[in-house]
Ligand binder design. Structure first.
Ligand code: NAD
Length: 302
């Protein structure tokens, strides 16, 4: 048996086409409004802003990917670059300015932040972003709405994964979904979204002692640990669905080799699973496109 690929790249391209059409419709509507001399509160073209503090190289690559995707669909992209020694107060002032800027529909603060920001600072920063513009879905208010399934946005990576599974008509209700990782941005919300889809959810993390036995029971296994080839063929159930969130550099100490791999041993696991995502080309493109989906959604919140 060879697993079917869950092709996030192709699905993301299809969603981008839909977004492009929606943006054309918004612009046509805006130009009509202008000719009727109506007040234009929001910018004619939907706009995403990304705040980067410092210049973490991996973050710069991710931001460039977001910018490229925005330009492809005709969305405005604004990068706010702040120096690495930016204080908490200065960052909060920048966030406040974006909250009040009607020409920006949604924005994110790119993580990781420089090391002088504490965990507590991170919580303060996330809570400072207006929930209406929180297109990463990290504000406590939005996280609360995810809990009861009434969120305006879904967090980009977990939301993109649910959309990918649904696109391939993969049943989720009643299935045992095992998630490796419990981060704020991926693992934790992933479990909630799968629970909302009626899966039975188990989390594994760095302190889990019997990870192999737990993974062997997974109908759907989602790995977001950031550990190359953590998931090997002996850990998976035959016929299972494997989703690889990991983005790991194969040679982290060799700047000339930018090749990446996931958390899952693709070659061996693909022989045993029913469905599998690739790295790159699986979850990554879905994450980027969900940011744009959320930006259009943010625009419609009153
Ligand atoms: P993180 O470091 O915040 O969290 C990693 C989690 O994995 C932690 O909860 C930890 O307990 C767990 N973990 C670590 N080692 C483990 C092990 N040996 N066994 C079991 N659990 C272990 O990372 P994150 O931000 O959640 O990202 C995880 C990975 O996903 C990274 O490789 C990151 O680059 C990637 N990522 C990809 C996308 C995408 O769009 N494809 C988006 C976000 C993150």
């Amino acid at each position: 048996m060879t697993a079917q690929i869950l092709d996030g790249k192709t699905l993301a391209a299809t969603i981008k086409k839909e977004i492009k059409q929606q943006i054309s419709a918004i612009m046509a509507e805006k130009s009509e409004e202008k000719s009727e001399e109506k007040s234009a509160e929001k910018s004619a073209v939907p706009c995403i802003a990304v705040v980067q503090v410092g210049n973490d190289p991996a973050s710069s690559v991710y931001i460039a990917q977001k910018e490229k995707a925005c330009l492809e669909v005709g969305m405005q992209f604004r990068k706010v670059a702040l120096p690495a020694d930016t204080t908490l107060q200065a960052l909060l002032a920048q966030i406040n300015s974006l909250n009040n800027d009607n020409t920006v529909d949604g924005f994110i603060v790119q993580f990781p932040l420089p090391s002088h920001f504490s965990q507590k600072d991170v919580s303060v920063i996330l809570a400072a972003v207006s929930p209406k513009k929180d297109i990463d879905c990290l504000h406590p208010h939005n996280i609360g709405l995810i809990m009861d399934g009434t969120a305006n946005f879904l967090p980009c990576t977990p939301g993109g994964i649910v959309r990918l599974l649904q696109h391939y008509d993969i049943p989720i209700a009643g299935k045992h979904c095992v998630i490796i990782g419990r981060s704020r941005i991926v693992g934790k919300p992933m479990g909630i979204l799968m629970l909302n889809q009626h899966a039975t959810v188990t989390y594994c993390h760095s302190k889990t002692t019997n990870i192999t036995e737990i993974c062997q029971q997974a109908d759907i296994l989602i790995s977001a640990a950031g550990v190359p080839r953590l998931v090997t063929a002996n850990m998976i159930k035959p016929g299972s669905v494997l989703v690889d969130v990991g983005i790991n550099r194969i040679e982290p100490n060799n700047p000339a080799n930018r090749k990446i791999c996931g958390d899952i041993d693709f070659d061996e696991c693909a022989k045993k699973a029913a469905y599998i995502t690739k790295v790159p080309g699986g979850v990554g493109p879905m994450t980027v496109v969900m940011l744009m989906v959320n930006t259009l959604q943010a625009r419609s919140i009153v």
